[in-house]
Write a protein that binds this ligand. Sequence first.
Ligand code: RIB
Ligand code: CA
Length: 311
Amino acid sequence: SPMSRKIILDCDPGHDDALAIMLAVASPELELLGVTTTYGNVGLDDTTRNALQILELCGSHVSVYRGASLPLVRNRISAEFVHGKSGLEGPALPLPSRGAETTRATDFIIQSVLDHPHEVTLCPIGAMTNVATAMRLEPRIVPLIAEVVLMGGGTELGNWTPAAEFNILCDPHAAHIIFSSSANVTMFGLNATHQALAMSQHIAAIRAGGNRSSLVAAELLEFFKVAYHQRYGYEGPALHDPCVIAYLIQPDLFTLEGMNVTVDINEGVSFGRTVCDIYNVLNLSENARVAMKVDADGYFDLIAKRLAMLP
Ligand code: RIB
Ligand code: CA
């Protein structure tokens, strides 16, 4: 519809990816053109099946397009111990009744942007190989992409190494391509997403929706919570990926700052770090708007309200 914003969600479900998919499906402000999948939390076959299962759970027939199964240069890493072997451990979901499209993710991304110049927002919330490869296969799309709103990196510490956040570390070269592409980039990093821990009252509010999708979302968060407590000692799991969708629906939940962000692609201790020049000491050009503050209660209110509207 003319009023809603066209987006492509590029994801590696993954518990928080699953809630991002649900929030996107539940939000009339957004027109989800398609879901593209990548390796990341788990392998491509599992992330693709998980995306199909979640879409089916929330009654969506949006097409799914398979993307990369490996990073551009480095070896593949994964996060089974956080998301379980299937990548969506916790709720028992029926196997999907449909498969992914035959069209590849990169071809879908390229064609969608060419068909709708300046109207499509790309939302990578996993390894960023698909978006980077699309930019390389068809450089014409870069100035035609409305915005790249990504979950990844951070202005402070990493969560996979002391320096690097998981999505960026999965494929630092892909992230480097995106940040240096001159595309309009908005970054939701750990410094922001760690302000959005799903505490018990937030999970309870989601569960209180009572509908199937809300109950599954609450179950996903309960599983996600265990891994977060074991590894980081947090009381609640950081709900990273839905920040990207919430920003598109209700931007005033977030405070953003423009700055230069450079991805470290040297294979040393800081490989995959997003070096954020908050005080502009290097006087380099601004290439991203970086989320610095999150209204956590408003964020979880939005999620609980929207998920309650799903089947
Ligand atoms: O570091 C957090 C990110 O890594 C999230 O997108 C999560 O789903 C995993 O992909
Ligand atoms: Ca993810």
